[in-house]
Ligand binder design. Structure first.
Ligand code: SF4
Length: 389
């Protein structure tokens, strides 16, 4: 089916009704496989002609159904995903590939597996450290995933097919980086709100369709004359998942442009390519375990280390944020996390120390992933932007 809209309008349309395209593809005979986190290797699904479809929550909806399987004091994003699963919003999925990205997610997906029937379910364990033994262990996990996916898809996954899928996903990564380059000028050529709509669209459609969409967006944005306005604050946001434009609109309706981000609804899935290794699973194992930057992985694990130089440790863990700040000429950073997220909550004080050492103004915001949280967030963001101004 050929889409009537193109570029940013098409991205907005998919953002507003994500299941629609997936259901069309399903009607054409495709199998749709859900994944709640960027640690599930989409390349393997693409190579088997399955459509990877990211599971997101919905902060606009109360999470009452989640009470059937999860406590109240629990990651509200995971509660929201389970709520949507239990009420049938993801009934069009043919299967799930879920990764152990954090303990909240692990618990949630096991409850999901018990309460929501699905023809296929695979749990991929992901080590919390990156040393060689962890990489070897993770590679074995990916080989197991390959076997169960082959049996689900009813066909073999050859190295050649997997390499082609890796190339297609690498092209997507490269196009996303090109889109982010368009946020470097002042004013940026594309807003943070539009960028989030594009990224969520990419995580809802097959990779080749997403690459076409990105090319349209890049061309459109370069040619248009009505992009974002120049504003005094150019902000970076480091965050747990952002999947709703309301959170970005709060920034962009203040005197600020959000010019770059570090979260898994933004740069994290796209910043480095998967290396094309002779055995493509080696490249995938290295990329997903070592190169993805998320606080769920303990990046500085060194055997036998008994003491550490704190500032050197911060530099090795967060130096990439300095690169973002320099490259996008950032003059303030918002650190944000949902309540009960241990991964981001524990990391925030150290990132704050690092940003303070760079002289970059920053503020930490925590919320409960609900519409009710937006008013308080707006006040805090406005105060921060005024302080920078
Ligand atoms: S927001 Fe935090 S706790 Fe929730 S799924 Fe993401 S990393 Fe896990």
């Amino acid at each position: 089916m050929v889409a009537e809209t193109k570029g940013l309008a098409r991205a907005r349309e998919i953002y507003q009704d994500r299941p629609r395209r997936a259901k069309e593809l399903k009607a054409e005979g495709k199998k749709i496989v859900g994944y709640p986190c960027i640690y599930s290797p989409s390349e393997m699904m693409t190579a088997l002609d399955l459509v990877p479809y990211r599971i997101f929550g919905d902060m606009k909806e109360p999470t009452a159904e989640a009470d059937r399987g999860l406590p109240a004091a629990f990651c509200p994003i995971m509660r929201s995903c389970l709520h949507l699963g239990l009420k049938g919003s993801y009934d069009f999925l043919d299967g799930m590939v879920v990764a152990h990205s954090c303990d909240a997610q692990e618990k949630t997906v096991h409850v999901w597996e018990c309460l929501i029937s699905s023809p296929y379910f695979h749990f991929l364990d992901v080590p919390g450290t990156v040393h060689k033994a962890s990489q070897d262990y993770f590679k074995e996990g990916l080989k197991d995933l390959k076997k169960t996916l082959e049996s689900f898809a009813g066909k073999e996954l050859s190295s050649e097919k997997l390499k082609r899928a890796i190339e297609a996903h690498n092209q997507q990564r490269s196009l996303v980086r090109e889109m982010y380059e368009l946020r470097k000028p002042d004013p940026p050529l594309i807003s943070g709100t539009e960028t989030l709509q594009v990224i969520k669209a990419l995580m809802s459609i097959p990779v080749e369709e997403g690459n076409e969409l990105l090319k349209q967006v890049i061309t459109e944005v370069k040619e248009r004359k009505d992009g974002p306005q120049k504003k005094p604050a150019r902000l970076l946001i480091w965050s747990s998942t952002i999947d709703d434009i309301s959170l970005i609109e709060i920034i962009e309706t203040a005197e600020a442009n959000l010019v770059v981000d570090d979260h898994c609804g933004g740069t994290r899935a796209y910043w480095t390519d998967v290396k094309l290794t002779e055995d493509p699973i080696d490249g995938l194992a290295y990329h997903y375990l070592v190169e993805l930057r998320c606080p769920r992985t303990y990046m500085d694990a060194v055997y036998g280390e008994t003491s550490k130089d704190y500032m050197a440790d911060l530099e090795s863990r967060f130096g990439y944020i300095k690169d973002y700040a320099k490259g996008w000429n950032v003059n303030g950073v918002i650190l944000q996390s949902v309540r009960y997220c241990d991964c981001h909550g524990f990391e925030a004080p150290q990132i704050k120390d690092y940003l303070d050492s760079l002289g970059l103004p920053n503020t930490y915001l925590e919320h409960d992933y609900s519409e009710g949280a937006l008013a308080a967030l707006r006040t805090r963001v406005q105060a921060f932007v005024e302080m920078i101004g």
